[in-house]
Design a protein around this ligand. Sequence first.
Ligand code: THU
Length: 134
Amino acid sequence: MINNELLFDKLKEARKLSYSPYSHFSVGAVVLTKNGEFILGANIENAAYSLCLCAERNAIFQAYLKGYKKQDIELIGVFANSDDFVSPCGSCRQVMAELLSLDTKVYLYNSKGEFKALTVEQLIPFSFSGDFLK
Ligand code: THU
């Protein structure tokens, strides 16, 4: 069972790391590994807007840089200070499909700390994958 309160605390901590002077929309993401490590990510923006990197991708890339692979990852959480549950962009969904298992849960939080959990496959059905390249 996941500890939602602890995950939400980590998400708030992650969101504080956001560098978002252009959108002023700060997002935190946390990958929880099966061995219990919380890996933080936040969105990092750039004056050249197309170089902005979302919180989800930063957290997933950090996890891989620490040596974790999809089978080691329990879940990912995402949080923005929004009334609605934050919704990952298409690029992040495609990265999730590549680097997480399709049945890995993605916990989407709103500002009240309520969440909705969807699998990667629910977020990006019929995704493009390396299988097509064989
Ligand atoms: N952003 C994220 O980091 N994750 C999301 O799920 C949605 C959008 C970022 C990208 C950009 O820095 C800012 O939020 C506004 O789009």
